[in-house]
Design a protein around this ligand. Sequence first.
Ligand SMILES: CC(C)(COP(=O)(O)OP(=O)(O)OC[C@H]1O[C@@H](n2cnc3c(N)ncnc32)[C@H](O)[C@@H]1OP(=O)(O)O)[C@@H](O)C(=O)NCCC(=O)NCCS
Length: 179
Amino acid sequence: MDYTRIRIDTPRLILRPFVAQDADSWFAIMSDPQVMRYWSHTAWQDRREAEQEIAGVIRAMAAGEYLKLAITAKPQDRCIGSCIFFHHHPGSQRGAIGYCLASDAQGQGYMTEALSHFFRFLQQEMSLRRLEADIHPDNLASARVLQRMGFVQEGLMRERWCVGGELSDSALFGLLLNK
Ligand SMILES: CC(C)(COP(=O)(O)OP(=O)(O)OC[C@H]1O[C@@H](n2cnc3c(N)ncnc32)[C@H](O)[C@@H]1OP(=O)(O)O)[C@@H](O)C(=O)NCCC(=O)NCCS
């Protein structure tokens, strides 16, 4: 599948590939300590990190390495977050997901809306059967999103991450799409 042509419409949102022009809004998200509190790296300090990551995402999408989409709220085209599908194991019809929303876009149900359409796409267009997510055990907003989507916690991995010198466990969640 050509990931670069994917566009998913929901009632309030559009999920589309990242473009270089997203650098300002993506940097605003990735440099926000509230958004980055439980992320896999610390908050960015330099806008060039956003430019470099977006260039990497555009390359990876073209190579089919992973699927990462910018989330925009209609009618504007500003990137307010992202969702990603990665670690695709086609034989087992499974993979992992991740997501984030800008602070000012939280608390409005946008992620639940985005993921319900994203997961339908993964199930129907990519024949996915099982999705996995690992989150910081204290990330209650993220756990609520996963539980709303039907995920259940399946395990806990101890001291799996070290971010900014802080060790943390991973709460492992799984979703069977056809159940
Ligand atoms: C995880 C994250 C995306 C959740 O964001 P969120 O805004 O809570 O999630 P949603 O967009 O689904 O919104 C749901 C919330 O909006 C409220 N809401 C308001 N209007 C709503 C609507 N029309 N429909 C559904 N929910 C609505 C819900 O009550 C819910 O709040 P609650 O969980 O306190 O009950 C966000 O906290 C985030 O980006 N965090 C930083 C990045 C991060 O940690 N990502 C996960 C790493 S694993």
